[in-house]
Design a protein around this ligand. Structure first.
Ligand SMILES: Cc1cc2nc3c(=O)[nH]c(=O)nc-3n(C[C@H](O)[C@H](O)[C@H](O)COP(=O)(O)O)c2cc1C
Length: 160
């Protein structure tokens, strides 16, 4: 009856992927769908990182212990990101607090809504996906591997 609801009801996580990389048009389409999600006060307190460097993927697999973190069509990492806001606030001379519980909630919720949009968009294209929370097994090391600046925190990955 309703294709969107049917798609949502048929969701299941996929943990084995073909050895085929997503093309740039597909990645752009997925990220655009993610960015269309609502965002608290329009602050967009997140970034979506695509990890393609095989050495970085192998290092992230080691942290997660899950082989599909290395072998997939594309690995996205969802970040809570206040770096842009901090830089802009310096420029404008209006300091902001980004280390409060409220900011943690805003960033996490924003990133999660974007991620779920991306998940549904991927599934609508016939692609499988799985969230990867196990990156948080060693958050400090993930920050190091991905060379994340201050104010940026890895929340979870998603393999497609
Ligand atoms: C935030 C989040 C983190 C997750 N992390 C992992 C993970 O690290 N590895 C994994 O195999 N599955 C992970 N999952 C997938 C869940 O295990 C899965 O969604 C759940 O068991 C329900 O199964 P389903 O998605 O097939 O309905 C995660 C799911 C969410 C929402």
């Amino acid at each position: 009856m309703n294709q969107v609801i049917d798609l949502l009801k048929n969701h299941r996580s996929i943990r084995k992927f073909k050895d085929e990389q997503l093309d740039q048009d597909t990645i752009r389409e997925l990220v655009t769908a993610a960015q269309a999600a609502s965002t608290s006060s329009y602050v967009q307190a997140y970034s979506i990182l695509g990890v393609t460097d095989p050495r970085k993927k192998a290092a992230l697999r080691e942290i997660s212990t899950q082989p599909y973190v290395e072998h997939n069509g594309h690995l996205f990492v969802f970040l809570m990101d206040y770096n842009r806001h901090v830089e802009l606030s310096k420029e404008k001379g209006t300091p902001i607090d980004h280390d409060k519980t409220e900011q943690l909630i805003v960033g996490t919720v924003d990133a999660t809504l974007a991620a779920q949009n991306l998940a549904v968009a991927a599934e609508s294209m016939g692609l499988g996906m799985c969230y990867i929370g196990s990156l948080r097994n060693d958050m400090a090391r993930v920050i190091e591997i991905l060379e994340l600046p201050k104010g940026v925190v890895p929340l979870f990955g998603m393999v497609v």
